[in-house]
Write a protein that binds this ligand. Structure first.
Ligand code: SAH
Ligand code: SF4
Ligand code: F3S
Length: 467
């Protein structure tokens, strides 16, 4: 047989894929860390990193850490011990990065205590991860990046790719409030608000990708402010209420939330947005921490219990069905039995739909950790359980009051049982529906048929509200 004629040697199109490398990010802490983990995935994608399900399968493991209470920080060091073993078992090629608030607060200590760690990167510096990885390959330069570079970070982040129906959008970073118990002002740096145009562009892009719920996030999200964009004839300065009104007008956005707020920044305009903006969820997470003015003062919260309750009253006037959530700390230094009773009285007066309660945990470098009259652990335990009982009673009552109502539920996950779907009501109550597997990433009308202290069960009413 004759030889097949040879084709001229045409250059192959450039289809060589970047080396696919496994990335495993473990996230602790608050919504800011959830957002940052997502953005770290975006930053690492062009380098060929794709998510895998376990540390064992990964070339790079990132621990995105939380420093808020002692337990959270301890977890990091025990997890690092486990990762060291996995790294060794794999011949030492796996890379370990520590990100987040422990990285920021204890970067040098981490490198000293756990030599298996290759990189330490703070919450405002993770856009530099590609450079750090390159330095690691060259075996030159610094393994620690903990600058406060929020502005530079946001400018450097690539476009997002999302798949779910709900997305966080960071609009504000850092905190200048300096509550005496809290590490956040030290780990996240000074308050910084992202510009209106960048936020709107990101929100538009999320809506284009099918996102139905946008959650505006920040450590003190209602401290957000920014210069009005050129198209606003009023000009001047925008506050969070203005931003919410604008995001509400973007096509496709059906639900807006924001978290977490500080009572001092609960402006009239934001309260009015709860009255005027239909897509703004009737949900407000407004941490109060304690009900005694003496303790609030020692915490440097800069408001009294009465001022908090008057904000709650004004919000309820604007939006009578609002679901109010809060955070509490029990056993702050010097908290007496009478102070704690004031906390219980505040709970009774405010009527919460949800609340988180924590035992005070002394944090290195914060003013409260050096205060006299630290409260005994047994006393904290007892106060915590009494407070939790009061909160649970209220959330149970709130949930029961929704039984019989029809609510639009945003389905975001599969439930525990086969075919079950899990979503959230406008009041942020988890809602389970049987035979709902097809509902994922949709908003559907649900009749609430049952309630516990923590969740609701429902029945699908009709066709989905939206596709
Ligand atoms: N930026 C938010 C949340 C900060 S951290 C705010 O200003 O409210 C989330 C919660 O953790 C806080 O509301 C507080 O209740 C709790 N927390 C913070 N520091 C703590 C500490 N040292 N011990 C116990 N709980 C703490
Ligand atoms: Fe921490 Fe207070 Fe700032 Fe909240 S407002 S992040 S509790 S310092
Ligand atoms: Fe934790 Fe940092 Fe958030 S300390 S709660 S991860 S801001």
């Amino acid at each position: 047989m004759g030889d097949t004629p040879q084709r001229p040697n045409t250059p192959k199109p450039n289809v060589t894929k970047p080396n696919v490398r496994g990335l495993y990010i473990k996230t602790y802490g608050c919504q800011a860390n959830v957002y940052d983990s997502e953005r770290m995935r975006d930053v690492l994608k062009p380098l060929g990193y794709a998510p895998v399900d376990s540390a064992e399968a990964a070339d790079l493991v990132v621990l995105n850490t939380c420093h808020i209470r002692e337990k959270a920080t301890e977890k990091v060091f025990s997890e690092l011990g486990r990762l060291k073993d996995i790294k060794q078992a794999g011949g030492g090629v796996m890379r370990i990065a520590v990100a987040g608030c422990v990285a920021q607060a204890e970067g040098e200590e981490i490198i000293r205590r756990q030599p298996a760690v290759d990189m330490v990167v703070g919450p405002q510096s993770y856009h530099r991860l590609p450079e750090m990885i390159a330095r690691l390959a060259r075996k030159t330069g610094d393994a620690l990046e903990i600058d406060f570079a929020a502005e530079e970070k946001f400018d450097a982040l690539p476009a997002r790719e999302v798949s779910g129906a709900s997305a966080f959008l960071a609009v504000q970073e850092g905190c200048d409030k300096f509550c005496t118990f809290c590490v956040v002002p030290y780990t996240r740096g000074a308050e910084y608000s992202r510009g209106v145009d960048a936020i709107i562009a990101e929100a538009r892009d999320l809506a284009r990708q099918g996102v139905k719920e946008i959650v505006l996030i920040g450590q003190n999200v209602n401290a957000w402010h920014g210069a009005a964009p050129a198209h606003d004839p009023k000009g001047g300065e925008w506050r969070l209420g203005d931003l919410i009104r604008h995001v509400a007008k973007l096509g496709g956005v059906e639900r807006i939330r924001y978290m977490t707020s500080h009572p001092r920044d609960m402006s009239d305009d934001l309260i009015a947005a709860h009255r005027d903006v239909e897509t703004l969820a009737p949900f407000l997470h407004l941490p109060v921490q304690a009900g005694s003015d003496r303790v609030l003062k020692a915490m440097n919260r800069q408001h009294t219990a009465e001022q908090y309750l008057s904000i709650v009253e004004r919000v309820r006037q604007a939006r009578p069905d609002i679901a109010l959530a809060s955070d509490f700390i029990v056993g702050f230094p010097g908290e007496s039995d009478a102070d704690f009773e004031d906390t219980l009285a505040l709970v009774k007066a405010a009527q919460f739909a949800q609340a988180y309660a924590f035992k005070y945990s002394p944090r290195p470098g914060t003013p409260a950790s050096g205060m006299h009259l630290q409260v005994a652990e047994a006393v904290k335990d007892e106060r915590l359980s009494r407070l939790l009982a009061a909160i649970t009673e209220q959330s149970q009552a709130f949930n029961e009051a929704t039984v019989g109502r029809r609510l639009p539920v945003l389905f975001s996950r599969e439930g525990k049982r086969e075919g079950q779907a899990l979503g959230y009501s406008p009041y942020m109550q988890p809602v389970h529906v049987d035979d709902g597997a097809h509902l994922n990433n949709r908003i559907a009308e649900v009749e609430i048929v049952g309630a516990t202290g923590t969740s609701l069960s429902g029945r699908l009413v009709a066709a989905e509200v939206t596709a």
